[in-house]
Design a protein around this ligand. Structure first.
Ligand code: LFR
Length: 473
């Protein structure tokens, strides 16, 4: 049997709605709508415009139901950590964007109550200043937690808009810092210590569970059948991407490369060693109870924010041309540390890169092509280092790297990652996140069955990856 499902995949720079056809030998995706996303600045900081995203999602679902009458379910994934606060079902303002700098203060507040080493032992998460628990400390100080009675992470909020049900999907809940890494349940004791009301946090659901069926007005607006279920998938986009990474043999590491480069391996259980903590590796929840042992590298954000800076005055930069010119740059370029937090906020990226290099007596790129090359080389080195660390820290012998997401289309980045890591890079699929979303829905409705390994085997059979062999330069 082949089934049609709708995958809603919201990224930090764009969102899309796809129709997936899925069956034992079938896996096909068709894009129904793609729309831009990004921060919206208001006087109190940077937010997401989720009302607008929701309107785009409804449009995409309408196109999906016109394209294919038998849409059997909907799955939603997005970036992690961000949330809306609600009271009595009403959303209390648009969610903050994780790049909003208010989180720095939240870090001080939380670490005053619970030092990072103790937090790591409880939640297994790498330090990222925007993890939900730091954001919530700021909300607490602002008095918001006395008002709110519910917290919904972004994909859970979209599911609420579509169904009226309030749940917390497990893989994304694992990025809040408030899930016990051992039991995978909410850590009520930690919430008490941080003075976060336990009642804010909804029931946890696992990928594959039904969240609810679409509300009557959603069915009417989209043309979907009134009993169409919303099914929990790996609602953290990285969890969905890892599902669809064609790691069909042991020894593979993954890089889910979009705005971020999420570099790591899959493990059966968390790795909580001091070395893992010091290397800032995270243990996020994967589908089927797996652990995503990975490190966040800054990713294509550095390139896109550079281009945004260049385009500020209205000029348009052609990405393909820029990358071709970057590939043609002769000789070595000096590189920067793509893990340095200085590159995290929005703002003039080329200036930050130049300052970083100049302060260390390194060569500053003299042209845009050199700057692009310097960014790609810096990312490739950070990726290679993180792959090495992931293998060493998890005691896995890694000999192949899978790059999925938008980065898999960046040939220079794939080749230079292979060269710097000294192992082949298998590139694709580019839409791994949406494919992982489709696969978990497909399994929930019985169109496919089996373990993640057999789902990955289906990906490997239906998408042609491109292999970049390491070359000496
Ligand atoms: C990737 C991602 C990362 C998470 C970051 C912020 O889109 O979900 O996994 O660390 O965005 O949420």
């Amino acid at each position: 049997m082949t089934a049609a499902v709708a995958a809603v995949d919201l990224g930090a720079t764009s969102g899309r709605v796809m129709v997936g056809q899925v069956g034992p030998d079938t896996l096909e995706l068709r894009q129904m709508g793609r729309f831009p996303n990004g921060p919206v600045h208001t006087p109190d900081g940077q937010h997401w415009n989720l009302q607008q995203l929701y309107a785009h999602v409804l449009d995409g679902l309408r196109s999906a139901s016109r394209w294919e009458d038998g849409i059997q379910s909907i799955g939603i994934d997005s970036w992690a950590v961000d949330y809306a606060l609600l009271r009595g079902g009403r959303v209390l303002g648009e969610p903050f964007h994780y790049r909003d700098e208010r989180t720095a203060h939240g870090v001080d507040l939380v670490h005053a109550d619970e030092p990072f080493s103790l937090l790591y032992a409880r939640n297994g998460l790498q330090f990222l200043p925007f993890n939900t628990l730091y954001q919530l400390a700021v909300e607490r100080e602002a008095g918001m937690l006395g008002v709110a009675d519910r917290l919904l992470l972004v994909p859970d909020l979209m599911a609420y808009y579509l169904t009226g049900a309030t749940v917390a999907e497990a893989t994304n809940a694992s990025t809040t810092g408030l899930l016990d890494v051992a039991t995978k349940c909410w850590d009520g004791e930690l919430m008490d210590r941080l003075r976060l009301p336990r009642g804010l946090f909804p029931r946890i659901v696992q990928p594959g569970e039904h969240i609810g069926t679409v509300l009557p007005h959603v069915a009417e607006t989209t043309g979907l059948a009134g009993d169409t279920p919303v099914i929990a998938v790996g609602s953290h986009d990285t969890a969905s991407a890892v599902v669809a990474t064609p790691m069909t043999e042991p020894g593979g590491a993954y890089i889910s490369c979009g705005t971020w480069g999420l570099v790591g391996v899959e493990t059966e259980s968390p790795v909580l060693s001091t070395a893992a903590r010091e290397a800032n590796f995270t243990n996020e929840g994967g589908v089927d109870g797996r652990t995503r042992f990975l490190h966040n590298v800054m990713g294509l954000w550095i390139l896109s924010e550079t281009i945004r800076t260049w385009e500020r005055d209205g000029e348009k930069v052609d990405l393909q041309r820029l990358l071709a010119e970057a590939a043609a740059v002769g000789g070595d370029v000096d590189i920067f540390d793509a893990n340095d937090d200085v590159f995290m906020p929005t703002g003039d990226m080329p200036a930050r890169i130049s300052t970083w290099l100049a302060e260390r007596g390194l060569r500053v790129p003299g042209s845009r092509a050199q700057m692009a090359r310097c960014i790609v080389e810096s990312l490739a080195q950070a990726f290679a280092d993180a792959v090495h660390d992931a293998g060493a820290l998890s005691a896995q012998d890694i000999h192949r790297i899978h790059i999925t997401g938008g980065g898999s289309l960046n040939e220079l980045l794939c080749q230079r990652t292979a060269d710097r890591a000294g192992m082949p890079v298998v590139a694709g699929p580019v839409e791994a996140t949406a494919i992982g979303n489709v696969l978990i829905q497909g399994r929930a409705i019985g169109a496919v069955s089996g373990s993640l390994e057999s789902l990955r085997d289906l990906v490997a059979r239906t998408f042609n990856p491109r292999v970049f062999e390491p070359q000496a330069r």
